[in-house]
Design a protein around this ligand. Sequence first.
Ligand SMILES: C[S@@+](CC[C@H](N)C(=O)[O-])C[C@H]1O[C@@H](n2cnc3c(N)ncnc32)[C@H](O)[C@@H]1O
Length: 272
Amino acid sequence: MAEFFGVIGDLVKSGLAVAKQDYRGDQAESYDLMQDWTGDVDYYLSLAEKHPGPVLELACGTGRVAVPMAQAGHRVWAIDIARDMLEVFYRKLSNLPEAAENLNISCQDVCDFQLDQRFSLIIMPCFSFTHLTTAQQRRQMFARAFAHLASSGVLAVHTPLWVSDEDWTGNQPRYSYKRSRGTQQVLTFHQVRPEAPGLVTLNLLHVICLGNGQSRLEAVACQEYRSTPDELKSLAAEAGFDKHFVYRDFKQNPVKPGDHAAILIAKKEEGQ
Ligand SMILES: C[S@@+](CC[C@H](N)C(=O)[O-])C[C@H]1O[C@@H](n2cnc3c(N)ncnc32)[C@H](O)[C@@H]1O
């Protein structure tokens, strides 16, 4: 498990904040509250329109992207390593029978998955690639994706980038965002410490205001990987992809130095 440090570390050590594991237990239950962004869904829908056929989402979580794609009529396979996230996903589907008919969900590692299906489109949205902290994991993920793509298929990976002169937080938490659900509010703070080029330790602090004047603090520590546009392209080339492009946004503008995130689009050659 990654280390807690700085102010968030002190809160955990003193027992004021409870240490939690990302994507496990109640962190999985509250994922949809913390991650209510929908700004990428239209982009993945448009890719699926351009590349008709079965879609695979790598690291699907609770189905934030897979559900609207299945609702739009696409046949979607979705894999994730965290059973608790998939539990939330299954529960959601019990109220969405039409989407459920278009979905095949399984608990698998993106570095080591096996499905008896080839896909026209494989997507890895929402910075899930950041969890592949070793070079071997990243290479394996690209190789597995390539092996599962149909001829002319496309892989799309949205991921944060390494910015070498980043304004790191040091030991002081920085305010990230506020989310509301019913009478509850969650204020999230973060600390980021660089460990090596590309590798950071991230600490999150969630201040959960329960709506009755009481609050509780939860903290999560994890290691994350931040790639570079050149590394994304060479991973794609090494896996066998014929063409690869790195964009800074969903309008597909070219990536620029200093950008904090990018989308890789890698195409498998026709006939491969
Ligand atoms: C930020 S969430 C993204 C979830 C979803 N794709 C979305 O867009 O909301 C990251 C997900 O990556 C999953 N994950 C991390 N490492 C993984 C691995 N090696 N194989 C499969 N899933 C993984 C986590 O369990 C988590 O559900």
